[in-house]
Design a protein around this ligand. Structure first.
Ligand SMILES: Nc1ncnc2c1ncn2[C@@H]1O[C@H](COP(=O)(O)OP(=O)(O)OP(=O)(O)O)[C@@H](O)[C@H]1O
Length: 262
């Protein structure tokens, strides 16, 4: 298979205060280039651990992770990341938060001074695509939670990463704002064509956004089911009211309940 992210037989043991914890055991998962993958599973099954392994923040105890054919051996620069909390720097304006990766990641870093105007224009344009035109000069604390999460998405994408890793990015938002941001993410993904791995507890979110949903077992986590979602794209929120959509969510719910009780 032509996999972009190749997680192969990965085990991860944490050294806990009261002994070792095996968070993942022999987890295997392949995500194709350009795929929108969602990972769901019971609480504590190792989803965030999987994200940390793929982005190189942890090293597997066993097994390998390859991105674009190269083994992950340290922090992965080609990945953009966003989490449940936007984690914007409160003393920096919105635009300067979005620009942050360009100040850190090469080749942008060494061009940052000479190309600042160009980079700012790019950041403004990205902010406009998520509905935040004209908000660049505000401070994060002047924005709602949903707006901050939009800024966080822009920050994760400004350096045009080939891979976007999202760990519960919309979990702290109200249901209405969450659905709005699903559409923002859908549009960015359709337009920019990056590969996504989204960890979520929200099965509707997974079914609306993903090409494939990877269901994990209880800890120690591994993939127990791959559920393809074949609704035509671009998807409209109306699809979430279709019977087939409800059936997918129901099936996932049963599978996760089974995994929890196994
Ligand atoms: N740094 C750590 N040290 C020790 N144990 C850890 C560490 N991080 C996570 N764990 C344990 O590893 C297991 C998997 O944790 P992880 O956060 O990956 O799960 P998760 O599926 O993301 O959880 P949730 O769905 O509740 O967010 C849990 O039992 C957790 O307590």
């Amino acid at each position: 298979m032509d996999s972009f992210v190749d997680i192969n037989g990965v085990t991860l043991n944490y050294r806990g205060a009261s002994g070792d914890i095996t968070a993942l055991q022999d987890a295997t998962l392949q995500v194709k280039r350009g795929e929108f993958a969602a990972v769901v599973g019971p609480s504590g099954c190792g989803k965030s651990t999987l994200m940390r392994l793929v982005t190189g923040l942890h090293k597997p105890s066993a097994g390998t992770i390859r991105i674009d054919g190269k083994e992950v051996k340290g922090p992965v620069k080609m990945a953009g990341m966003a989490f449940q909390h936007a984690n914007l720097l409160p003393w920096r304006k919105v635009i300067d938060n979005v620009l942050l990766p360009l100040e850190i990641v090469e080749p942008y870093r060494s061009q940052f001074r000479s190309k600042k105007a160009e980079f700012r224009a790019k950041a403004e344009q990205l902010l406009a695509t998520v509905g935040l035109a004209g908000f660049g000069d505000r401070y994060p604390w002047e924005l709602s939670g949903g707006m901050q999460q939009r800024v966080s998405l822009c920050r994760s994408l400004i350096h045009e990463p080939a891979l976007l890793m999202l760990d519960e990015p919309f979990a702290a938002l109200d249901a209405f704002t969450r659905e709005e941001l699903w559409c923002v993410l859908r549009d960015l993904w359709q337009r920019l064509g990056f590969t996504v791995i989204l960890v979520t507890h929200d099965l509707r979110e997974a079914a609306f956004l993903a090409d494939n949903i990877y269901v994990m077992s209880a800890r120690p986590g591994h993939i127990v089911q791959i559920k393809p979602v074949s609704f035509a794209r671009p998807r409209d929120l109306e699809v979430t009211y279709e019977k087939e959509f409800g059936d997918i969510v129901h099936e996932l719910r049963l599978k996760i309940a089974e995994a929890r009780n196994a």
